[in-house]
Design a protein around this ligand. Sequence first.
Ligand SMILES: Cc1ncc(COP(=O)(O)O)c(C=O)c1O
Length: 424
Amino acid sequence: MYQHENGLFTTDFLEKIRDKFLYVDWDPYTGQRIYFEASGGSLRLKSVLDTMARETALPDELFRYNPASDHTVEVMNKGIEDVKLFVGAKNGYIISTNSATHAMARVIEAITAHIPGKNIVTTQLEHPAVLSSTKYFAELRGLEWRVAPIDKESSSVPPEAILERIDQDTCLLAFQHASNQTGIINDVKYIVQEARRIKPDLHVLVDAVQYAPHGHIDVEDLDVDAYAFGPYKAYCVKGIGFSYISERVAKLPHLKLIGKPETDWVLGSPAPQPFACWSAVIDYLCWLGSHFTSSSDRRDQIVTAKKAITKHMQALLHQILYGNDGVPGLNDLDHVTVCGMKGGLEQRLCIFLFQLAGMNATEAMNRYNQEFHIRLAARVRDSYSTYPLEGLDWSDAVRLSAAHYNTPEEVVAFLEATAALKAK
Ligand SMILES: Cc1ncc(COP(=O)(O)O)c(C=O)c1O
């Protein structure tokens, strides 16, 4: 047995999971610490570090037709296939850039340049990756920039708010699969289906940077044109971003090297190491999934792993809010305000915002660090958080973001710290 009835991984299995990661409960600069900052960057897999070192050592360029060069080609092809497996792509293409932001910007640039229309629709809850690119290209192309507002009580953007902004002249709909601020998961399939009732050939880009490490993905089923994520939020390395793109987007005119096929988006010589590292992530997910399915099919194993991950994270979120074994949850603490969760927990990642009475977010983050060695993030009105915080009507907030390697014991430590953390 690897998972309890309530969804939590068993202690033994969680130990096995944690043993696969680096710096799980300490780092060389702090010593012991609890890491609830998956949204900023997840813990890295040990296998990723080994792979990075092994592949970085090889100098060989692609297509020199010697064994080392052939190995490099293989590594890159396998990495691409493993991205496809991860997102469930049977058709379409995978592009890689140096960040998810960059991948999305390239796609938004191509769509807004070549798809006729008069407006772009996005949401107030977006990361600047989507907000900045949609705003910039809307201004450049003379398109109206339509931003669907946040509903404060649910800390989400209701589908209707998005849909009522779409019309026959919408060039692009760009929105998140899940929020990096409030953890809300959008029903992408429903939103896309309903949006295409209004404009049947609507182009849709999904920012999956926060969702991809944790939830089930099937881009064929979602029927989107672009689906981007960043490996460093998914147990891997920084320095690369991937996006699935549909065939029709791949074929749009875009900057490419002369003589390359029309669907090639590669600029320059990509580093092969991150591709190999991505395959190490997929091996890990397959390993995790293989505990819950007898199938040896890697896609089945990934899908099963994600289901198990989702259950564990939901159980952690429940425990954080409602407490456990006599430890009060955040909802029981008078000096804590948790950002709107109306609508239940099923459609949420274990990512959320909260405030402590009489303390600003930066002070709270620093005190969690210094007094309890707990890593959280302060969200303030900067480039990353101004739009969402304005929409929520919050000056600032502390963000907790968990991943499936976090334990119920870490949650208890966080709750006890929070109960003790009062304004001075
Ligand atoms: C929802 C979301 N989108 C985009 C990004 C940007 O990703 P990258 O740093 O890979 O460009 C982030 C980073 O935190 C994010 O949370």
